[in-house]
Write a protein that binds this ligand. Structure first.
Ligand SMILES: Cc1cc2nc3c(=O)[nH]c(=O)nc-3n(C[C@H](O)[C@H](O)[C@H](O)COP(=O)(O)O)c2cc1C
Length: 218
């Protein structure tokens, strides 16, 4: 069991975050989750999840929502802890706390810019800063279109600093049949980059038409 940090910010793509969280919990990991105020807004809009009340109530709301549809085995596996966005005294604020890796999913251009400058104005940015300085895995899942030169420069800075830029750009070559397939294609790659084995997406086995033609020939 490892501890992973997940930051959800105010970019479009809350379904990716939900699937990554489900994957980590199903694999039995401990997740420290931080959601920015804009991230809460987007989650509400995109997933219909209402966040209100005291922190603990919110945590159980997140859990109930995230584990919806997962079986009891998966439910028994991992644990989720919701940390306050401005709690700089949280464990993950310090390099001495050994989390295995972090993903910012989805990552807004604002958070991306602040991580790239080392601004650390909130717990998501601070934990990302810690991941970079401690040479731990940091997966950034940016979402914006079109991208300005400023966005592109910030991504280059982060890639040079050791972060992995994994854009929310679903592929169509595996012939996705549903929105879930598209979401899983990205979430599965995020989990893989965090070192969490998963079968959320199909690995490319070569052109299916070429393979079929070969079988017919034989
Ligand atoms: C519905 C909705 C969708 C948004 N989508 C994006 C997006 O895809 N990318 C982005 O950079 N910002 C997006 N924004 C704007 C960010 O939420 C805004 O810049 C915010 O300040 C980001 O704050 P944060 O980085 O602290 O989460 C969106 C906002 C809303 C309400």
């Amino acid at each position: 069991m490892n501890t992973y940090v997940i930051g959800i910010t105010g970019a479009s793509g809350a379904p990716y975050a939900r699937r990554v969280l489900q994957g980590l919990l199903a694999a039995g990991h401990h997740v420290k989750l931080v959601v920015s105020p804009a991230g809460e807004q987007v989650v509400r809009i995109e997933l219909g999840l209402r966040l209100s009340g005291a922190l603990r109530a919110r945590e159980s709301q997140w859990l109930a929502y995230l584990l919806e549809g997962t079986d009891d085995g998966a439910r028994a596996g991992g644990t989720l802890e919701l940390l306050a966005h401005r709690d700089f005294a949280a464990s993950i604020s310090s390099g001495s706390y050994p989390f295995a890796g972090m993903a910012v999913v989805p990552c807004s251009m604002g958070t991306l810019a602040r991580i790239a400058t080392g601004a650390s104005t909130n717990l998501i940015e601070r934990a990302a800063d810690v991941a970079l300085k401690e040479k731990r895995r940091l997966v950034i899942v940016p979402r914006e279109t079109p991208l300005s030169v400023i966005h592109l420069r910030n991504m280059t800075t982060l890639a040079e600093g050791g972060a992995e830029i994994l854009p929310a750009m679903p592929g169509f070559y595996n012939q996705p049949r549903s929105l879930d397939d598209l979401v899983d294609g990205i979430a599965g790659r995020v989990l893989e980059r965090l070192g969490v084995a998963n079968d959320l997406y199909k690995r490319w086995q070569g052109d299916p038409l070429t393979r079929m033609a070969r079988v017919i020939e034989e």
